[in-house]
Design a protein around this ligand. Structure first.
Ligand code: OOG
Ligand code: NI
Length: 471
């Protein structure tokens, strides 16, 4: 077997190549990246303890790199093939997100690495949506959209061949991996030439702006990338100084000492020049709005109990002040959010004690020093300082936040009424696989860390140690 490049390495290289491409395509995104880097550098300069922690847990050079991007697909077989494409990079579908509840005619998953070591090497994920054509009410238009999509192939023959090779041989060598990255990028590239006439585009656009974005082009252009910021409030506040127009509010929980889940915000999608297909095949100038830049800041993953509380509190805050797209009530919304979230403890020990969040357990230096002499249960060992716990970072997305990101970038009046119910089975059928829910992944990580700790406690460990000595 030839030497295979690891899927982690392929994903890291792909992420960098996509970032380079997107910065060339959308220069304002490069300005956002520069702002994020400046803010991250400033945060680390004023908080050396944080910097030291990041240095130990992460790679400082990669702090400001992209954490995710997003695409929107048009037909089931595109979703099935993109699953195989992402698998080459060690990315698996996790979670089902139904956006139709927010009036957006798609359902989605996130392709992402799931193992702790893979996340550490390159946490890059892609939020991937599939258009739900069945939500187009006008039957003739639905048929037309289907026919247009049927004519396109968003994958190059080269990438198809390399996906096959990866599956047949269980990996790709370095030359194939680099070829794969170049070919895969073609799927995510921007095409300024629409495949439809202005009249067709307009009809699709009137049905829903998102439908026009998905159906009118040759491929599912990457519509945003999202670096990690260490201070999302600072970046949001500084965007205007750099000539970047932010969306009105940061989605997700309010700012906290112990961050939970995911906070994210974006700059508003740019209006870009495109060419419609003219009657004689000529290009007719037009405009389309789809692409933007986003930033994110992640916190601890919540258990189902913690998540239910989060959802209820967010709902309550939105009942008090629904954020307006023009920013006119941003202060009122942020104030409501802060107030309503007060009952969610802002301290890791309390979040853990109340079973609201997931943690990684480990033997502290004191625990290691105790060697074979450790006994008691985990809670007692935590109290005595032998066992410690670190928050497990939330690696997934939030449907209400995602809807807010979609809406602000589709034009702020794109918020529609709730559409037909969710249809996970249809999505999984198109995907060709079932999607695990994210909780099971965090639970498994937490359980594994507990098992690793308990294997070193008490009689069982003492016996194992004796056996090891005897052999
Ligand atoms: C995806 C929007 C959702 C997020 O970060 O929640 C998203 C899209 O606009 O296609 O990326
Ligand atoms: Ni996003």
């Amino acid at each position: 077997m030839a030497d295979h490049l690891s899927s982690n390495e392929i994903r890291a290289r792909f992420c960098r190549a996509m970032s380079d491409m997107y910065r060339r395509e959308v220069p304002l995104y490069g300005d956002l990246m520069a702002l994020v880097k400046d803010v991250n550098d400033a945060v680390m300069a004023r908080d050396p303890a944080l910097k030291a922690r990041l240095e130990a847990l992460d790679n400082l050079e990669r702090i400001s790199e992209e954490r995710h991007g997003a695409i929107r697909l048009g037909k089931p077989e595109e979703l099935a093939t993109i699953r195989r494409l992402f698998a080459v990079m060690g990315m698996e579908p996790v979670g089902y997100y139904d956006l139709s509840v927010a009036g957006i005619p798609v359902h989605s998953t996130a392709f992402r690495p799931v193992r702790a070591d893979a996340l550490k090497r390159s946490p890059f994920r892609v939020f991937t949506s599939l258009l739900r054509l069945e939500l187009i009410a006008d039957e003739a238009l639905r048929a037309e959209a289907e026919a247009i999509l049927a004519r396109r192939d968003i994958f190059t023959p080269g990438v198809r061949a390399l996906i096959d090779k990866h599956e047949a041989e269980g990996g790709l060598d370095e030359a194939d991996a680099d070829a794969f990255i170049a070919e895969a990028l073609e799927t995510f590239r921007w095409h300024s030439d629409a495949t439809v006439s202005e009249a067709t585009y307009q009809k699709l656009h009137d049905a829903h702006r998102l439908i026009a974005d998905v159906v009118s082009f040759k491929g599912p252009h990457i519509n945003h990338l999202t670096p990690r910021t260490l201070d999302i409030d600072a970046v949001q506040a500084m965007m205007p100084e750099r000539g970047i127009t932010p969306k009105a509010v940061i989605e997700g929980p309010p700012p906290r000492a112990c961050p939970i889940l995911l906070r994210q915000t974006s700059f508003k999608a740019l209006e870009e020049q495109i060419g419609f297909l003219g009657e004689g095949g000529e290009r007719v100038p037009g405009r389309h709005t789809a692409r933007f830049g986003e930033i994110e800041q992640r916190g601890v993953a919540l258990t189902p109990k913690g998540r239910a509380l989060y959802d209820a509190l967010l709902d309550k805050a939105r009942g008090l002040a629904q954020p307006k797209a023009d920013g006119s009530n941003t202060e009122a919304y942020m104030a409501a959010l802060g107030e309503v979230f007060a009952p969610l403890p802002d301290d890791y020990a309390a979040l853990r004690a109340e079973g609201l969040a997931y943690f990684h357990y480990f033997l502290t230096a004191k625990g290691e020093a105790a060697g074979d002499g450790l006994s008691g249960d985990i809670e007692a060992l935590i109290a005595s300082g032998h066992v410690g716990f670190d928050p497990l970072v939330y690696e997934d997305f939030l449907p209400v936040s995602a809807a807010g990101i979609f809406q602000s970038n589709l034009g702020d009046n794109a918020a529609g009424d709730s559409m037909a119910g969710s249809n996970r089975a249809v999505f999984e059928d198109a995907l060709g696989a079932s999607v695990p829910d994210e909780f099971s992944i965090y639970q498994a990580l937490e359980d594994a860390s507990i098992a690793a700790v308990t294997s070193r406690i008490g009689p069982r460990h003492a016996q194992a140690a004796k056996r090891a000595q005897a052999s």
